[in-house]
Design a protein. Structure first.
Length: 579
């Protein structure tokens, strides 16, 4: 799984050099909400200007975090408001993540449009939580909202605070960041503090429900979240309905990255709109997918995670925003970068490509069949194979996962920043995983889209957690992580309903939540698929008992024996979209 930290404050931006010119500044602007709560805003706008379109960011990270961004847009002719979410910074009320943002976004839009310095047109800027806010504001359908540009948009109940119904430990770090009314950015950004804290919790083998107590920040929000482990009505109130997608008529520009920790959320909004939207609305929705991590969806960086990208990756996203706002609100030309509705970057080839839709990308699904004819697939040196031809005879490979095995955490003690090239996790499965390699590619090939793994699995416990990673292994032995997925066995058929696993039955499992990526795999490279037990300081631990995972501890631990079946009638196959 892409172990990426998303849904957080961006790296302080370095905007392109603004045009010279004075900016009018208004501190402590109070904006009334329908329930009487006053939200606090800081207003930046071109000095002595006529009324202009207005941009606002609704953020829990305190408006001052985006001072440079607000100044940039004000110097380029737009009013820009930095608004603290209710209960944060100088805004009144109580902050409860996800709950009030749509309603407050609607009221902010209406108030801003009525001000003498605004020409009646309102839009939004921001990513991650501020990307979520844009979708929730659009859900409320304010008439004055003319366009949105959600970057790395988190999707409540889809990719945060859990993914595939598996909670992560990062959420208590984020909740500490947004606790109270202050910024808490130093606490949030102290990576060594959080690494040590999660190590202590993990080695103490405390239930996930005690994570907030173990960290030292008792959180009613944390406890509420874990009481909703599936996407039930609590989370669905924060989703757009099919009818709400259908009524979208304003232009939308979605931005995400191949290594964006909130890609799953950003793409869920996009794909749901493509599924349920009107033809008019869909024609106005553009999508940009770059070679970026979470922060890079606002300020691209050519190097991160151990990877380096070409100069074409460094898109000036401030400029793209300005051109988008001018096109959609001021009759300007269509941004030159947006040659078609879908723009995606091909890593390795280091070029941008375009398509009228995701479905129009001319990739063909090529099957890679899993096989372990000698029953061995437990390490990189004795791996199973990924083959273009299905195995002629039945075979299987297995692993043993003991939730009380604490060795995996030792690898994470010294985890560095090169998460996309670090092979220690593939080299150290501790007996709790399987590895499969393809033959070397005879020529370079572009893989673009979503991969899918269909696997036949047998186990002897009611539940367990899987993580899957796909990497390119180059001729020199180095590796590049491409995409990943996770799955909790009890949710193999539906995320909405748990079904315990019958012991000893061979059942189909579909891993279909891999992140989107595009990469030109080099001639001579191989694909590496790793299927392993999820046992990490970064996630709640499933003790395999079939009970409430968040409440489980060592007393509930059961060792899982897992077998992956391959062969006629039970073909386990990896589907790869290759051009």
């Amino acid at each position: 799984m892409l172990n990426l930290k998303g849904f957080a404050q961006e790296t302080p931006p370095t905007p392109t050099a603004p045009q010279p010119g004075p900016v009018s500044f208004s501190w402590g602007v109070k904006i009334p909400m329908r329930d009487g709560v006053m939200l606090n805003a800081t207003l930046f706008r071109p000095k002595d200007s006529t009324p202009t379109p207005a941009i606002f960011t609704l953020t829990p990270y305190i408006g001052d975090s985006y001072h440079a961004r607000a100044t940039h847009f004000a110097q380029h002719g737009y009013a820009f408001l930095l608004v603290d979410c209710r209960g944060r910074g100088n805004s009144q009320g109580e902050f409860e993540p996800f709950v009030f943002e749509g309603r407050d976004g609607h009221d902010l839009t209406a108030w801003i449009a009525s001000q003498p310095w605004c020409d009646g047109q309102v839009t939004m800027w921001g990513g991650s939580y501020a990307g979520f806010n844009q979708w929730m504001t659009l859900k409320e359908n304010p008439a004055q909202l003319k366009t949105i540009v959600p970057a790395a948009a988190a999707h409540a109940g889809v990719d945060f605070p859990s993914f595939a119904n598996i909670f992560n430990t990062y959420i208590i770090q984020w909740l500490s960041f947004t606790s109270g009314v202050t910024g808490n950015s130093n606490l949030f950004g102290d990576g060594e503090f959080w690494k040590a804290a999660f190590q202590r919790w993990y080695h103490d083998q405390r239930p996930y429900a005690e994570l907030d107590q173990a960290i030292g920040n008792l959180s009613t929000v944390f406890q509420k979240w874990i009481s909703h482990p599936t996407p039930d009505a609590y989370w669905q109130q924060m989703w757009l309905t099919p009818a709400e997608y259908q009524r979208i008529e304003i232009p939308v520009l979605s931005i995400t990255g191949h290594y964006d920790g909130d890609q799953a959320g950003a793409m869920h909004y996009y794909r749901q709109h493509m599924l349920h939207g009107s033809e008019t609305g869909k024609a106005k929705h553009f999508l940009v997918m770059g070679p970026w991590d979470h922060a890079g969806t606002r300020t691209p960086n050519a190097e991160f995670g151990g990877l380096k990208f070409g100069s074409a990756s460094l898109v000036d996203l401030n400029k793209l925003h300005r051109e988008w706002y001018a096109w959609t609100m001021q009759a300007g030309p269509q941004p030159e970068f947006l040659k078609e509705r879908v723009a995606y970057y091909v890593m390795g080839a280091e070029v941008w490509k375009y398509a009228p839709s995701l479905e129009a990308i001319p990739a063909q699904i090529r099957p890679f069949y899993l096989s372990a004819s000698n029953g061995q697939a437990n390490d990189v040196f004795q791996s199973g194979i990924l083959s273009a031809e299905p195995p002629q005879s039945a075979n299987k490979a297995g692993y043993v996962y003991d939730p009380l095995d604490l060795r995996p955490a030792d690898l994470e003690k010294n985890a560095g920043t090169n998460y996309a090239t670090d092979q220690r996790y593939a080299l150290n499965l501790f007996g709790a995983g399987l590895i499969f390699h393809s033959a070397p590619f005879e020529q370079a090939a572009e893989i673009t889209g979503w991969v899918k793994l269909n696997a036949w699995i047998e186990m002897d416990t009611p539940d367990t957690d899987f993580e899957v990673g796909l990497a390119e292994v180059l001729e020199d032995g180095s590796a590049i992580l491409l995409t990943g997925d996770m799955l909790r066995a009890r949710y193999r058929q539906s995320l909405f309903e748990a079904q315990p696993v019958p012991a000893g039955e061979v059942l189909p499992y579909t891993f279909d939540k891999f992140t989107f990526f595009s990469r030109q795999v080099a001639k001579g490279s191989r694909l590496r698929l790793v299927l392993r037990a999820l046992n990490s300081t970064g996630y709640e631990k499933n003790h395999n008992s079939g009970g409430t995972v968040a409440l489980e501890g060592p007393a509930q631990a059961r060792t899982a024996h897992v077998w992956l079946h391959c062969g006629p009638g039970r073909e386990s196959v990896l589907e790869i979209p290759i051009l």
